[in-house]
Design a protein around this ligand. Structure first.
Ligand code: FES
Length: 351
């Protein structure tokens, strides 16, 4: 094999571009690799005779993997659209949403990855090369010859003459695109007032998770109860997530310094606070009745109920929102109105 020699000092060698341009791809590759100090030690076509049964079998295996990637992404897209995902205490189907998304995405990525590996192992020309290291900017000739090497590399994949693989690869490319784009669909609908409303409004009674309405005599002094709006959907969908409230009965002698404008939000020794931690939204429900402190187990924020749920320890920065309550004519606890303050953790529109 004759061709340009790569100088020992590491500078790029010379190449006769006229000769280079007049050569076939294989010869161009030889010239280019020698110019760049690359020696091909070993090069072998996987299938020297194109179109054999073995080659078609290998091609079909690779194509099957790409089709699997496509089907995984298709299932991901369909399930993303049709599966229920909203929390609903009366219908647990939403629990399948995340696992199904994960499994279908895994199938798609696995198919694409295995397809790419099989293609390299079974179909692409086997080649072993060594290259000396050199520094400095590439010459124009280097750049042109590198282009030829890349063209040869693409040629070695056999993609140009394998229409089945072209189609399968196109499908799996579509699949990968879908995996990235479909979840963005959830961002299309801009929330309106949902983030600022809960299931509470004037006259809505307080009930437990087993739909028991609450009267003042139901709680011992110093105890708490988790309550929801006693409406038909009070235990379903997003209403629960936003509306869950901790009803607290103070111990005798405990008093609360109420926030400005909220002095009449409690009823006798009862107070009602949002149970959703203002740090990151965990349920704050570990109540220490002697001190009147409520602990959020996630990051140890503490809210002092005797200071009207002011955060006194940990990362939470806002007090727990307080629900104004009273007792109706039939003796049941009811809300006077919805919360005055936003519920849960801070976000971009909220302090
Ligand atoms: S979510 Fe409550 S302290 Fe972080």
């Amino acid at each position: 094999m004759s061709g340009p020699q790569h100088p020992a000092d590491g500078t790029p060698g010379e190449v006769d571009l006229d000769e280079f341009r007049g050569s076939d791809v294989e010869r161009q590759t030889e010239i280019a690799t020698e110019l760049d100090g690359v020696t091909i030690l070993h090069r072998r076509e996987r299938f020297p005779v194109p179109g054999t049964k073995a080659e078609r079998r290998a091609e079909r295996a690779v194509a099957a993997c790409f089709v699997m990637a496509f089907l995984g992404a298709l299932a991901f897209t369909v399930f993303y659209i049709v599966l229920p995902w909203q929390y609903d205490i009366s219908n647990k189907d939403y629990v399948w949403f995340t696992p199904v998304m994960g499994v279908t995405m895994a199938i798609s990525l696995f198919g694409f990855g295995v397809g790419a590996v099989l293609w390299a192992k079974l179909l692409i020309t086997e080649e072993e090369t060594v290259q000396e290291r050199h520094s400095g900017r590439s010459t124009a000739a280097n750049r042109e010859t590198t282009t030829a090497i890349l063209a040869d590399g693409i040629g070695m994949t056999g993609i140009a003459r394998r229409s089945l693989l072209q189609r399968a690869l196109g499908l799996s490319g579509l699949a990968l695109g879908a995996l990235a784009i479909v979840p963005l669909g959830g961002l299309i609908k801009k929330p309106k007032g949902e983030l600022f409303r809960t299931g509470w409004s004037q006259g809505v009674r307080l009930m437990t998770a087993d739909r028991r309405l609450i009267r003042p005599g139901d709680l011992e002094a110093g105890s708490i109860a988790t309550v929801f709006p006693a409406t038909p959907d009070g235990l379903t969908t997003q209403v629960v997530a936003d509306s869950v409230v901790l009803l607290v009965r103070l111990r005798p002698g405990q008093t609360v310094r109420a926030r400005a404008g909220q002095a009449d939000f409690g009823w006798e020794d009862y107070l009602a606070y949002s149970k959703i931690c203002t740090h990151a939204g965990c349920p704050a429900s570990l109540y220490e009745q002697q001190t009147g402190r409520l602990l959020c187990p996630c990051h140890q924020s503490q809210f002092d109920l005797l200071q009207d749920a002011k955060p006194v320890f940990g990362p939470a920065a806002r007090p727990l929102p307080k629900l104004a309550i009273t007792v109706d004519d039939e003796g049941y606890f009811v809300a006077k109105k919805d919360f005055d303050e936003p519920i849960g953790p801070s976000f971009w529109e909220r302090p």
